[in-house]
Design a protein around this ligand. Structure first.
Ligand code: DGT
Ligand code: CA
Ligand code: CA
Ligand code: ZN
Length: 600
């Protein structure tokens, strides 16, 4: 939303863009000249996505060099950035209640309808609109019926979802990938020669503010038009010749930018971010006499190159190389030491999906899974794994019919029979006998030690009592970690991204004791968990822990989530050697705590 007036020095590009967009909205309601409206929209978009601070551009007297900013808007911006307000804008605001302006962003409302709702029904806010729709009063308007009321209510719901909320990566990523596929399909052949998601999505951040897509196309206008018409788009938030922002039905915002081939390297680097990483890279460029933006490098005159000289890069790696550094994998670009490491040539060789040889935590129909052990094993084999640990829930987990010692033995028979088949067929694949044993509220486990001792791999996790105080839940968990039969600590903080905060558990203490006892720390790859997260995973390895990445699959397709766990591991700077399920079976088993020291 627009920033408070009267504080020009606090205005960010986003704030200024929001103010201009708000003016465009008001002009639409007043049915002003179409070109004037478009001028404000374009200027808003140009400033929102500008690579420089608008206040700096203003101070240099270069406002009109921004594409889309003409004399009229430049004058208004000058007034805004010096006075903190614009007289002309204030006059507009007096004419229209702010709630009416807000209404035009509800899908299926738009400026004309908003104006009629206000003029004819006296509705001046989204809340009044909701009440009127629920009371069936909108149908009084000519051309409106019960169906339009339903549409409006749905639209209000969607608009509310947009807010400032971040979308879990596990939701945003599939949406973005599908959108890219559909855009390619909807564009004439050779329309798009290259396309890639940038921003937080490319860095695999666990939540996404908005999706940023970059493309190369000789026909940018065609691509932009096709993009706006995709079926999952409900609103176009801004549009220009080479860029466009849309809102999807889910409320997710997607920015598309079409760039020239020679700008690709710098553009991808810039829009991948993070902002903090970019600041470091830009400073490095500055010190070498170059100013860096999304198009390339321009010599400042401070270095060897003549002032104004430009350098473009078709590939991101060429840009980094020019600056004397290796190209950090996107997952590392969070300003956590990657720029220094890249300059010194000591970036880690990160673990990859292909390194994974098996999984140590997954479920079957024996507890709350949807597939038989045989079906899960088959899915694991399809993925090229050579082992899979059957880790169904133990007793002690309320609703789920967990396994007690007796059923665990029955399950062992089934596992042994399956393993026998593969052995006879000369196949390498092995199922492991395991459990996801419940850590009860006092730290006791859902299965007796004798039962655990017989198993290959024991995962221990907390599923209830997650709101215990810090001391209680930490002690409870430590008790389990100290049990010599517990090999892996499952999803340690219990958080669910976007719906349940982590428990108050003292992770530093937990990780120290894991390191001491040789307990492996899980990265649970399920995208709603990603637990432990990148920060804790990195700390764990720093302290000397080993990591296991598990999809915790409850159905065969659940194993596809492994890539999210790999992303967390990569963001944690982990190498394959840090992750025990990259090891061949014997070596993996030898890395578990009760086998440590045994010959592999
Ligand atoms: P998000 O959308 O909040 O999940 O995070 P990002 O990283 O995708 O951020 P976003 O969408 O605002 O911008 C995409 C990238 O563009 C960002 O990672 C870096 C670059 N970028 C955007 N605005 C600025 C800026 O003001 N300065 C710098 N250096 N880079 C920026
Ligand atoms: Ca973004
Ligand atoms: Ca963005
Ligand atoms: Zn599980």
């Amino acid at each position: 939303m627009a920033a408070e007036a009267g504080k020009p020095d606090r205005l960010s590009n986003r704030d200024v863009a929001a103010i201009l967009a708000n003016v465009a909205d008001m002009l639409q309601i007043l049915d002003a000249n179409r070109f004037r409206i478009i001028a404000f929209q374009n200027a808003a978009e140009a400033i929102r996505t500008l690579g420089q601070d608008i206040r700096v551009v203003h101070a240099e007297g270069k406002l009109q060099t921004i594409s889309g900013v003409g004399k009229g808007i430049a004058d208004a911006l000058d007034e805004l950035l010096t006075e903190g307000r614009v007289e002309e804008f204030d006059k507009l605001k007096e004419k229209i209640p702010p709630g009416v302006v807000e209404m035009i962003h509800i899908p299926d409302v738009g400026p004309k309808t908003a104006k009629r709702l206000w003029d004819e029904l006296g509705i001046t806010s989204v809340e009044e609109l909701r009440q009127a729709a629920e009371a069936g009063r909108i149908r009084e308007l000519k051309g409106f019926g019960a169906k339009s009321e339903q549409k409006i209510l749905k639209g209000i719901e969607l608009a509310a979802k947009r807010g400032d909320e971040r979308t879990p990566l596990g939701e945003a990523r599939p949406l973005a990938l599908r959108l890219i596929e559909e855009l390619i399909e909807a564009t004439p052949e050779e329309g798009i020669t290259r396309i890639e998601a940038a921003g937080s999505l490319r860095r695999w951040r666990e939540t996404i503010g908005d999706v940023d897509i970059l493309a190369i196309s000789p026909q940018s206008q065609t691509v932009i038009e096709a993009f706006q018409k995709l079926p999952q788009v409900v609103d176009v938030a801004g549009s220009g010749e080479t860029k466009c922002s849309v809102i999807l039905t889910t409320g997710l915002r997607v920015d598309l930018r079409v760039v020239e081939p020679k700008h690709w390297g710098a553009a991808l680097q810039y829009f991948t971010g993070s902002k903090e990483h970019n600041v470091q890279v830009r400073e490095l460029a500055q010190r070498q006499g170059w100013s860096l933006n999304e198009y390339g490098l321009t010599a400042t005159g401070a270095g060897d190159a003549a002032e104004g000289e430009q350098r473009f890069f078709a590939e991101e790696a060429e840009l980094y190389a020019f600056l004397g550094m290796a190209c950090p994998p996107p997952e590392l670009r969070e300003n956590r030491g990657e720029v220094k490491a890249a300059r010194e040539g000591v970036l880690p060789e990160l673990v990859r999906l292909e390194d994974i040889r098996g999984e140590l935590h997954g479920h079957s129909t024996w507890s709350d899974g949807t597939a038989s052990i045989a079906a899960m094993a088959e899915a694991a084999r399809q993925r090229g794994y050579s082992y899979w640990n059957v880790a169904d829930h133990s007793t002690g987990l309320g609703m789920v019919g967990g396994l007690d010692s007796k059923r665990l033995r029955e399950q062992s028979d089934e596992i042994a029979a399956l393993n026998e088949q593969w052995r006879e067929a000369g196949e390498e694949f092995r199922l492991l006998r395991g459990t996801e044993v419940e850590i009860l509220s006092d730290g006791a486990l859902g299965l007796p030690d004798e039962a655990l001792a017989e198993l290959d791999v024991v995962v221990a996790s907390i599923h209830s009592g997650l709101r215990q105080d810090r001391e209680t839940i930490t002690e409870r968990c430590l008790k389990a970690v100290r049990n010599p039969h517990v090999d892996i600590l499952g999803h340690a903080t219990g958080r669910l991204i976007g719906s349940r905060p982590p428990s108050e558990i003292d992770m530093e203490r937990i990780l120290r004791v894991c390191a001491e006892t040789g307990t492996v720390v899980e990265i649970n790859a399920h995208p709603s968990r990603l637990d432990v997260n990148d920060v804790y995973a990195r700390r764990a390895v720093e302290l000397g822990c080993k990591i296991a990445i598990n999809s915790d699959a409850h159905e065969t397709s659940g194993m596809e989530m492994m890539e999210y766990g790999i992303a967390v591991a990569r963001r944690a700077w982990l190498r394959a050697a840090d992750v025990i399920n990259t090891y061949p079976l014997d070596k993996m088993l030898a890395a578990l705590k009760d086998r440590r020291g045994e010959a592999a």
